[in-house]
Every structure is written in structure tokens, then in C-alpha cells.
Write a protein of this length. Structure first.
Length: 117
């Protein structure tokens, strides 16, 4: 009888590393015909998503608009994301449909940020 394979942590399953980032983020939500805005602060960023603490309530699976200004960027990055996890006011958001300029700005920012522990 073989022993079950050891479980890998979510950190070891990630496709890209996470980097520490503390910036203001704005989340635009459209529900039931009404636009609303939620504010927050990021805690980590990776090439495919961002995590942070938000002041409002989002639902897992909800698609939102994001706006934030990255280090080394003068203009805010605006893109769509899907809510992947929620733990009280902590959220993980996966970026959707980034263009080449957005992807490069995020890659450059990640290149100068410390790794998240």
C-alpha cells in the first residue's frame, strides 16, 4: 500500500511568484444596474493578479474593474479582474484580458519589488 502524496501548499502551486506591494486600489462593481466603487490597499501582486484589503463586499466569481498606479508607471493601470477568493475583507483578484502594455508594466513593477513571504 502506498502512502498518499504530500499535499502542496497553494504557494507552491502558483504559476507566478507574489511580490509585496502596498498601493491604493479602486474596484468598480456593476450590480443590478448600479455602478459602485470600493476602495482598498494592495498587499501582493503577481504577473496574473493582485491581492488586497477592500472596504466593501465582493463575491467570489464576480468580474470587476480595477484601477491602480504601479511603481515605475505614471498612468494608472485599468483592467478587468475576477474575484478568486475572499477571506473577510481580504481578496484575491485574477487579471483578465491584459494588453501587452499592461502586462509589461506589471512585469517591470514585479522586477523591482521584494518577494512576498
Amino acid at each position: 500500500m502506498t502512502a498518499p502524496a504530500p499535499k502542496r501548499s497553494s504557494r507552491s502551486r502558483r504559476r507566478f511568484p507574489r511580490y509585496q506591494l502596498d498601493i491604493r486600489i479602486v474596484v468598480h462593481v456593476f450590480r443590478a444596474g448600479v455602478n459602485s466603487t470600493v476602495w482598498g490597499r494592495s498587499t501582493v501582486i503577481g504577473q496574473e493578479g493582485i491581492g488586497g484589503t477592500l472596504t466593501g463586499d465582493l463575491e467570489v466569481g464576480e468580474v470587476v474593474g480595477l484601477e491602480f498606479t504601479l511603481p515605475l508607471s505614471r498612468q494608472p493601470t485599468k483592467l478587468r479582474a475576477i474575484v478568486r477568493y475572499k477571506i473577510v475583507f481580504q481578496y484575491g483578484l485574477e487579471f483578465l484580458a491584459m494588453d501587452a502594455m499592461q502586462r509589461e508594466a506589471i512585469r517591470r513593477a514585479c522586477g523591482i519589488l521584494p518577494l512576498s513571504s
